[in-house]
Design a protein around this ligand. Structure first.
Ligand SMILES: NC(=O)c1ccc[n+]([C@@H]2O[C@H](COP(=O)([O-])OP(=O)(O)OC[C@H]3O[C@@H](n4cnc5c(N)ncnc54)[C@H](O)[C@@H]3O)[C@@H](O)[C@H]2O)c1
Length: 364
């Protein structure tokens, strides 16, 4: 069975779906691995390293004609044209905002497997790319904030005077939010956090951060561990109750998301106006409309003296480790997608395993 790995072409994407280490492991399992020349360069994995691992370096068309294509992002329309019928394409499919490529894949009888649909169950943890990549985003968000903030994050006592620890607020305590809290605590900031799912309070406190205790009058608990959209009244109430806490913050990191919905607005214009000059807002929901009303996707802007960072792809900013983790997630997934029959690797019936069953996309 041939695995094809293409160079990512979506704007700003520096990750790659397999590394030389993982490619070698795949070859050891009996696959032929074909990687598009130069696919790993932006993540510092070079052609000679892939060759040494036993990979065949090929052109894009050849990589796309494999039985199983591994990628980071959804394909371009031209890519789908080059794929073979009945092949399998695995990537983040980002199908909440599909651009027609998904329908095209299905028309060609190509099986799309969406990494964001891997269920959040213990057996699938090692394949959970949303978690591995969100973890990186949470870490990098704090590093970005500290680089933009013109003051210290920790308490700093020196012979030239002392600086108080920065007040850092994390909104949304999923995987990215928890890592942001942990990283900010390691850097010595005074951390406060809030999530619409009350069960996160214990996790926040166990990391040494303080819980922002507000009651919006309804639970934000949705299905599968995800949040659900709040009613308009609750949204309004949430903004009002959070506003004083947010206005006091030096740094805010927002990660609040609801699958396939616009990000909830947690920081309206009036709150930004009340914040201290030089404060920093890192909006990890920038790609979904932003948790701050003034965020501009893929831009860093200054509004009312506050620096608003709207990067939409933090994992790509750490492309080496992000690719290491993502490639390992894919390797683990591929293990359950295939079986050996008469010395040949063949695809299993994806309906027979709850992981592949959940991750397979059947309609656009
Ligand atoms: N294997 C596992 O069991 C496993 C692995 C990873 C994550 N999870 C769980 O999956 C769930 C989703 O995690 P995620 O990181 O993908 O979340 P996500 O990226 O979908 O959302 C980020 C956070 O934003 C919060 N949020 C949404 N609307 C909000 C609002 N109006 N105000 C404040 N916060 C708001 C959500 O509750 C969530 O915690 C969590 O319950 C997480 O613990 C389980």
């Amino acid at each position: 069975m041939k695995i094809g790995v293409i160079k990512e072409t979506r704007s700003g994407e520096s990750r790659v779906a397999t590394t030389p280490v993982i490619a070698k492991k795949l070859i050891g399992k009996g696959f032929t691995v074909q990687v598009e020349t130069g696919a790993g360069e932006a993540a510092h994995f070079h052609n000679d390293e892939y060759l040494e691992a036993g990979v065949e370096l090929v052109d894009r068309q050849t990589a796309l004609s494999a039985d199983l294509i591994l990628s980071v992002r959804r394909p371009l329309m031209d890519d789908v044209e080059m794929m073979a019928e009945k092949s399998v394409y695995v990537s983040h499919l980002e199908n909440c905002e599909d651009d027609g490529t998904l329908a095209k894949l299905l028309t060609k009888d190509i099986t799309p497997i969406a990494m964001e649909h891997i269920p959040r169950i213990s057996r699938a943890q090692s394949m959970d790319a949303l978690s591995s990549q969100s973890n990186i985003a949470g870490y990098r968000a704090v590093i970005e904030a500290s680089a933009r903030f013109r003051r210290f994050l920790p308490l700093m006592m020196t012979s030239a005077g002392s600086a108080k620890p920065a007040r850092l607020v994390v909104l949304g305590v999923g995987v990215a939010g928890l890592q942001a809290i942990a990283t900010a605590r390691r850097l010595g900031a005074d951390v406060y956090a809030y999530d619409v799912r009350p069960e996160t309070r214990e996790q926040v406190e166990s990391l040494g951060a303080k819980w922002i205790d507000i009651d919006v009058g309804e639970s934000g608990e949705g299905t599968g561990g995800y949040a659900k959209e709040l009613s308009d009244e609750a949204k309004q109430r949430q903004q009002e109750l959070l506003s004083d806490e947010l206005a006091k913050a030096h740094v805010i990191i927002t990660t609040a998301l609801i699958p396939c919905k616009p990000a909830p607005v947690l920081i309206p214009n009036e709150v930004v106006k009340r914040m201290r000059e030089g404060s920093v807002i890192i909006d990890l929901a920038a790609g979904n409309g932003g948790n701050c009303q003034l965020t501009e996707a893929d831009k860093v802007v200054e509004k009312h003296g506050v620096i608003l960072v709207g990067h939409t792809n933090y994992p790509s900013m750490m492309s080496t480790d992000a690719s290491n983790f993502y490639a390992q997630n894919l390797f683990n997934l591929v293990q359950i997608m295939v079986e050996e029959q008469e010395g040949q690797l063949v695809f299993r019936d994806f309906e027979e395993d709850e992981i592949t069953q959940a991750a397979q996309v059947r309609q656009a």
